[in-house]
Structure formats: structure tokens, C-alpha cells
Design a protein around this ligand. Structure first.
Ligand SMILES: Cc1cc2nc3c(=O)[nH]c(=O)nc-3n(C[C@H](O)[C@H](O)[C@H](O)COP(=O)(O)OP(=O)(O)OC[C@H]3O[C@@H](n4cnc5c(N)ncnc54)[C@H](O)[C@@H]3O)c2cc1C
Ligand SMILES: NC(=O)c1ccc[n+]([C@@H]2O[C@H](COP(=O)([O-])OP(=O)(O)OC[C@H]3O[C@@H](n4cnc5c(N)ncnc54)[C@H](OP(=O)(O)O)[C@@H]3O)[C@@H](O)[C@H]2O)c1
Length: 457
């Protein structure tokens, strides 16, 4: 029987779902799958993006682990495509490759002062609080007033983690250094800025409502933001999600806060709408000193126009949460504008001619862009896998499809790769670290330590 030797690069949800779907699909050939992951741990943003105080979502890992544990997928952790293994290597040993490398860095925000000291990307902060091995262990949290730019769920995650008292994270898998860092935080006010109105936000009701439940944090909203235009009224009337968001915000207008007196919390989380970023004001020392924005107003069609009214708030740190962005992969076409592999339903296309690139596929955020929930990567994977199955005639013909070739190649290059058994070892080690403290796990953060534990060295 014909065999498909498939490489999948990226062990986030998109890569793991693709493997699962292909192994379960009706097909006329055998399949063997090798999954390459640059980190010594699988699960992508589920482990290194989803906030530690969202254990229910982290629980998706249980389903992903079941896929890996079934025994028919080989995991090669700590192997970076483009450095440890190349497209030429994959062509020599496989019939096809799916790239599921996600989007792991921050999109830019092109405003003056954005490079000031104390200006951060949300993705870096998220990586820090989720214990990503490749970011510094220390995070400066000496600012009393902080701005967060963006009205998506990442902006809310970042704002919540900044405003939340560290003690309220203790029951979670928050890494020790993060707990200690957050405990020392000087923050009193977190200001979130959206350039459009409450009816045009990208965040979801559950995540918004959660902010109002934070202990010792007052929610502050401003009456001027609720003078809705007809398009906003129509959105609230016709879309249940927008309706709930409006209801939650309206309930906060009636709460005591520092604005309408009576607020007693030691921290405040302010939501500002109709605020288009103009610039970060830096002091003589090059540090963030303020955030300047232009008040906008609705344009009647869901967009906004500037009013010419400029405002400024003193802050000492700013986080841009204006979206993530994909990274190019050596030898693989890349659409610089959208940060994705150009593709037709997951089949990679050449950038200039739009011709198909045989054997090369994409799924997840590197296929579709950095939008959507974990569940969306499943439907993504279905579409991509269907093409792989139908494209049998254009698969690569590998010179050496033997199972032993890849471990031998990695050994010869001195790559300290980790496998599924190693991941189990690290997983159990982390759970063991957490259990005496009544915690689900305590993550191992330094990469070398993750590898040592995995390899039993
Ligand atoms: C901060 C944040 C919080 C989120 N919270 C939620 C939530 O609560 N609920 C929800 O449903 N969705 C949430 N999402 C969305 C969800 O994380 C994504 O939909 C999903 O992770 C995308 O899956 P992916 O596999 O395409 O990418 P990723 O999860 O990013 O996985 C990509 C994998 O590829 C690896 N990789 C990258 N480059 C290489 C390379 N060169 N070589 C080898 N490996 C490589 C990466 O290390 C990573 O493991 C969140 C997103 C973010 C950013
Ligand atoms: N708990 C969860 O379920 C959870 C948690 C985190 C992430 N996620 C998901 O992960 C995906 C990515 O989330 P995300 O928050 O990174 O992206 P997002 O949902 O696309 O939100 C990006 C935000 O940034 C704003 N923005 C973009 N460019 C801007 C600019 N130049 N100036 C000012 N504002 C700007 C956008 O405003 P406009 O709308 O005006 O463009 C939008 O409010 C989403 O699908 C999200 O739902 C889910």
C-alpha cells in the first residue's frame, strides 16, 4: 500500500488537529507523521498564550495530549525549522509538509515614541507571564499608570493580568518568577484604549465580564462613550454578543468608581473608547511618560473619523495589543503584508505567480492570519488535510523515507531534540512540582532545564 510520510512543523493546536484529522480520515494509503516543534513542549499558544487564570481553556491540552498519546505520531521537540531542519531535508525524507507555525510576534503600531523605554508588545508580556523559555525572566512592573492599546481579547488578557492581585493567581499554573514579579507591581491604574466604540469591540462578553469580577479592582467607564450612533444601536439590537457587551458596560456605569465617587478599590481598570493612538510621549530619560490620542466619533458605518480633539494621559508603561503577526520560514513563500503563507485552502502558492507549490501546505494562524479561537484551527485543518489526500499525484518523492533518517540527521547536527516520552517526563515533573503546593503544575521555564528533564540528563 502507498504510504504518505508527512512532516508537520508546529505542535500547536493547528498542527496536532491536522495530524489527528489525517490519521482518522478515510484514505487509500498508510500514513506516518513526524511533528517538529521548536520548543521542548508542545501545544503552542494553548500553553504559551492562554492566560494561566483560564484553566478551562488550558484544559484543551487534555484533548491534544490524547492525540499525541495514541502512539502513531512522532514528536521532535526543540527542533527549529529553518535552523535545525530545512525544506531540503524535508523533501529528502517526506512526501509533504504542513506548516502550522502560528503567529508568535506582535504586529507593529506605527506611532511616534513607540520605541520608548517602557513600551511593550502584548505578545512579549504574554510570553513572560506564561513562562515561555525564550523571553527574559524579569519584567519591569514599576509603572503606576499603564496604557493598553487595542480592544481584542489579548488586550483584555493583558489588562486583567496587570490589574489582578498576584495572590489571586496562586492557585493557577503561573510560574514562580511571574508570581513574584506581579506581587511587586506598583500598578494602580490600567487604561485600555479602543479606537472605535463599545459596539465595535473585538473582545467577547465572557472575557469582558471577567474584568468586573476582579477582587479590589474598580471598573471605570466614561459616559461620553455611550452616546451611540444609529449603526451602533443597530449592532446592539441585532447581535447578541454586542448586546451582552453593552449590557455589561452599562452595568458598570452605575457602579461606584473613582469617577462617580465611592470607589474603594486599590486598583482601577479604565475602558476608553473612540481613542485613536497618536503617540507615546517620552521624557528626557527616554522613558514612557504619557500617551496621546485623538478623540474619534462614529462615521455611521461602524468606522470612525477623527474629531481633531487631542488628549493625553500620564502613564509610565504602554502595551500594544493590536494583533499578532506571522514570521517567514526559510524557503517557504511568505505574504509580508498579511504575515501568512500565501495559500489556496491550505495549499501553498508562489507569491508572484499564484502557482501551487507542490508538497507544501499550511494550517492554523500561519494559513489564515492571527484571528480566531483554538476550535477554528480544527476546521482549518480539515480543509488542508482534504487537499493533501486529493493531491497524491503531486506529492514529493523522497530519496530516503526511512523512519531512522531523521533521528540520525538531528544527532549528526548535534540537536538536543526531545520526544514524546521526554515530554511526558517533563509534564510529570511540572505536575510534581505543583502538587505539594496544591497547584496543577509549576512550569519549568529555562529551555536548558526543560531539555535536561525531558532527556533525563
Ligand atoms: C494571548 C492569547 C490568548 C489566547 N487565548 C485563547 C483562549 O482563551 N481561547 C481560545 O479558544 N483561543 C485563544 N487564543 C487563540 C489560540 O491561541 C489560537 O487560535 C491558536 O493557538 C492558533 O493555533 P496555531 O497552531 O495556528 O498556532 P500556535 O498555537 O501559535 O502554534 C504554533 C506552534 O508552531 C511552533 N513553531 C513556530 N515556528 C516554528 C519553527 N520555525 N519550527 C518549529 N516550530 C515552530 C510554535 O512554537 C508553536 O508551538 C489566544 C491567543 C493568544 C495570542
Ligand atoms: N479568551 C479568549 O477566548 C481569547 C484570548 C486571547 C485571544 N483570543 C483570540 O485570539 C485572536 C487574536 O486576538 P487579538 O486581541 O490579538 O486580535 P484582535 O481580536 O484582532 O484585536 C485587535 C485589536 O487591536 C485594534 N487595533 C489594530 N490596529 C490598531 C491600531 N493601529 N490602532 C489602534 N487599535 C488597533 C483592533 O481595532 P479595530 O477593531 O478597530 O481594528 C482590535 O481592537 C482573536 O480571535 C481573539 O478572540 C481569544
Amino acid at each position: 500500500m502507498t504510504k504518505l510520510r508527512l512532516a508537520i512543523v508546529g505542535a500547536g493546536p493547528a498542527g496536532i488537529y491536522a495530524a489527528d484529522i489525517l490519521l482518522k480520515a478515510e484514505r487509500k494509503f498508510d500514513v506516518s507523521i513526524d511533528l517538529f516543534e521548536q520548543l521542548p513542549a508542545p501545544y503552542g499558544l494553548v500553553r504559551y498564550g492562554v492566560a494561566p487564570d483560564h484553566p478551562r481553556i488550558k484544559g484543551i491540552i487534555t484533548a491534544l495530549r490524547e492525540v499525541l498519546d495514541r502512539g502513531d505520531i512522532r514528536l521532535f521537540g526543540n527542533v527549529r525549522f529553518g535552523e535545525d531542519i530545512t525544506l531540503e531535508d524535508l523533501k529528502r525524507h517526506y512526501n509533504a509538509v504542513i506548516f502550522a507555525t502560528g503567529a508568535v510576534r506582535d504586529a507593529g503600531l506605527d506611532i511616534p515614541g513607540i520605541d520608548a523605554i517602557g513600551s511593550y508588545g502584548a505578545a512579549d508580556f504574554v510570553s513572560w507571564f506564561d513562562g515561555h523559555p525564550d523571553v527574559p525572566r524579569e519584567w519591569p512592573l514599576d509603572a503606576e499608570s499603564v496604557a493598553v492599546i487595542g480592544n481584542g481579547n489579548v488586550a483584555l488578557d493583558v489588562s486583567r493580568m496587570l490589574a489582578k492581585h498576584a495572590e489571586d493567581l496562586l492557585s493557577t499554573e503561573v510560574p514562580d518568577n511571574v508570581y513574584v514579579g506581579l506581587q511587586a507591581s506598583a500598578v494602580t491604574d490600567v487604561h485600555v484604549f479602543g479606537r472605535r466604540g463599545p459596539a465595535q469591540v473585538k473582545f467577547t462578553p465572557l472575557e469582558l465580564r471577567e474584568l468586573g469580577e476582579l477582587r479590589d479592582v474598580d471598573m471605570v467607564v466614561y459616559d461620553e462613550d455611550f452616546d451611540y450612533d444609529d449603526a451602533s444601536k443597530a449592532a446592539i439590537a441585532s447581535n447578541k454578543q454586542v448586546m451582552v457587551i453593552d449590557r455589561v458596560l452599562q452595568s458598570w456605569r452605575k457602579r461606584p468608581s473613582i469617577n462617580n465617587a465611592g470607589g474603594e478599590a486599590s486598583r482601577r481598570l479604565h475602558l476608553h473608547f473612540y481613542a485613536k493612538p497618536l503617540g507615546v510621549v517620552a521624557g528626557d530619560d527616554g522613558r514612557v511618560a504619557g500617551f496621546r490620542w485623538e478623540r474619534t466619533r462614529p462615521d455611521g458605518e461602524g468606522g470612525v473619523v477623527g474629531t481633531g480633539e487631542i488628549r493625553e494621559v500620564p502613564i509610565q508603561a504602554i502595551y500594544r495589543a493590536v494583533g499578532y503577526f506571522g514570521s517567514p520560514l526559510p524557503g517557504v513563500p511568505f505574504d509580508k503584508r498579511h504575515g501568512v503563507i500565501p495559500n489556496h485552502e491550505g495549499q501553498a502558492l508562489r507569491k508572484d505567480s499564484n502557482d501551487r507549490v507542490p508538497g507544501v501546505y499550511a494550517t492554523g494562524w500561519i494559513k489564515r492570519g492571527p484571528v480566531g479561537l483554538i476550535g477554528h484551527t480544527k476546521s482549518d485543518a480539515m480543509e488542508t488535510v482534504r487537499h493533501i489526500i486529493n493531491d497524491q499525484g503531486s506529492w514529493w518523492q523522497p530519496i530516503d523515507p526511512s523512519e531512522d533518517a531523521i533521528p540520525a540527521l538531528l544527532e549528526s547536527r548535534g540537536v538536543r531534540w526531545t520526544d514524546l516520552t521526554g515530554w511526558h517526563r517533563l509534564d510529570e515533573h511540572e505536575i510534581g512540582l505543583g502538587s505539594p503546593h496544591g497547584r496543577a503544575r509549576i512550569k519549568v521555564v529555562p529551555r536548558h532545564e526543560m531539555i535536561d528533564v525531558s532527556r533525563g540528563e
